[in-house]
Design a protein around this ligand. Structure first.
Ligand code: ZN
Length: 201
């Protein structure tokens, strides 16, 4: 067994940091050391911000977004077109779409995708909440913006089936050539999808 170089408190900090996505044990040690060296400028404010986030974070009861208020900032924003809902798998996707700034719509966060192999069924996702929102009658369009994976597409099909009979337009993100992409580098699936979804010039 390796000899200890720090007390258990710092060891614990490193172990917890190593669980953060993007950080492995090595990066966690570097991050911990950096935080400790910058005790006043970084470690203190970070500890405060984490404590505050822990106390205040809420899951929006309407859309499933994370925020410190419920309903969330997105749901209560009067400048958004609440009759258009963009359905995403994860809050990270909501943030990504907001960074792109292409639309000012409402969102619905599913919290994952259907995955029978991993035991994730419809009741494990925020699908009932979505059906309730559509049933409310004010939703005009649902944009299903799930990932282009097998699970994502299965989830999109399931949602479309569940909403059959409702007066709502259901659309999906186009799949195709990425902006700045070269055809030669694309896989066959992407090329085929791009050809099928071609648009008039
Ligand atoms: Zn919300």
């Amino acid at each position: 067994m390796a000899k200890r170089v720090t007390g258990p408190e710092i060891e614990k900090l490193i172990q917890l940091l190593a669980k953060v996505p993007g950080l492995g044990p090595r990066s966690a040690r570097r991050a911990a050391l950096h935080l400790i060296k910058k005790k006043e400028q970084l470690l203190g404010p970070l500890a405060g911000a984490m404590g505050e986030a822990y106390d205040k974070v809420r899951i929006c009861s309407c859309c499933g977004n994370v925020d410190t208020v419920d309903p969330c900032t997105v749901c209560t924003d009067p400048r958004r077109d609440a009759s258009v809902i963009i359905v995403v798998e994860d809050v990270a996707d909501l943030w990504a779409l907001e960074r792109a700034g292409a639309m000012s719509a409402a969102y619905h966060v599913l919290g994952g995708t259907l995955s029978p192999l991993d035991g994730v069924g419809p009741d494990d996702l925020n699908i009932r909440g979505l059906v309730d929102r559509v049933a409310g009658g004010t939703v005009r369009e649902l944009i299903i913006a799930v990932n282009a994976t097998v699970e994502g597409q299965a989830t999109a099909h399931y949602i479309t089936d569940r909403l059959e009979g409702f007066e709502v337009k259901i659309t999906r993100l186009a799949h195709g050539v990425p902006v700045g992409g070269e055809l030669d580098y694309l896989d066959e699936g992407t090329l085929t999808a791009a050809l099928r979804a071609r648009t008039a010039v």
